[in-house]
Ligand binder design. Structure first.
Ligand code: PGA
Length: 262
């Protein structure tokens, strides 16, 4: 696990964008796993800028989103399909037919979840998965207690997630109580993962996730089992880590050796 700390959210987002750009340059039809939430917005803004200012093409890119609220139509302003369209896809030349977000209205949820997993396999798996972390340590909507081997499925949202996400809805009662999410096991099969975390509010849970014991109570801690994870942090998010000096030292040491940090 590589931990890359930058002073501000903007710098952290730019650094993460550099990694994504590098992978896209090598493989134009990269399969991206994508996340919603406020954290990846800086990365998405940079990708849009790359397209608009540098003419970088996303035509061949395929994507699978981590999760979607159950019961929300794609036209709902708080649906994750709407979020992805308005914050990213509408501003790129990506073929929307190649962008998948779980169907919050799937009539047969189990069949849908099986098909979603199969669709990921059909394209050869996710090359690069983008993740944020929830206040309760979740990745996707894998709430505390989710099996670390879990697959795409319907889950009930945790109270903390409902509280955290109520800021986007007119009333707390309007927050959906269920979601479809890729499982922790699904996420761990991605060939490479980037975890983005900013802000002091996430510092404690992030420290538990990457420096604490692996536990299903913090589903992000399962990333410790993955061989290729880069964690991008701003300084406030890194403030509860105990090994910061080492992370900085190892980044510098690798640069001195002339090795690329990612
Ligand atoms: P946030 O959400 O980026 O809006 O903090 C992260 C998450 O819940 O995974």
């Amino acid at each position: 696990m590589r931990v890359i700390i930058r002073k501000t959210y903007e710098e952290m987002s730019k650094e993460a964008t550099a990694l994504v750009k590098k992978r896209l340059t090598v493989k134009r039809d990269l399969v991206l796993g994508l996340a919603t939430g406020s954290t990846p917005l800086g990365l998405y803004r940079e990708l849009v800028r790359m397209h608009k200012e540098e003419g970088f093409s996303f035509k061949l890119v395929r994507s699978f989103n981590l999760d979607e609220y159950y019961g929300l139509p794609p036209t709902h302003e708080q649906s994750y399909r709407y979020f992805m369209d308005t914050n990213l896809f509408d501003h790129l030349d990506i073929d929307k037919r190649n962008t998948r977000v779980p169907d919050g209205l799937a009539p047969d949820v189990e069949a849908f979840c099986r098909e979603y997993e199969e669709a990921i396999k059909r394209v050869g798996g996710i090359d690069l998965q983008v993740l944020g972390i929830g206040g309760d340590g979740h990745i996707g909507f894998n709430e505390p207690g989710s099996s670390l081997a879990s697959r795409t499925r319907l889950v009930a949202l945790d109270e903390q997630t409902i509280n955290d996400n109520s800021r986007f809805f007119a009333r707390r009662e309007d927050v959906p109580k269920f979601a479809i999410t890729m499982g922790v096991g699904t996420v761990l099969e991605a060939k490479e993962i980037i975890l983005l975390v900013n802000g002091e509010k996430k510092a404690e849970v992030l420290a538990k996730a990457i420096e604490g014991p692996v536990t299903s109570l913090i589903s992000a801690s399962a990333l410790q089992f993955h061989p290729k994870v880069s964690v991008f942090l701003d300084e406030p998010a890194a403030s509860a880590l105990t090994r910061t000096a080492y992370y900085r030292f190892s980044e510098e040491a690798e640069k001195k050796l002339g090795r690329e940090i990612f």
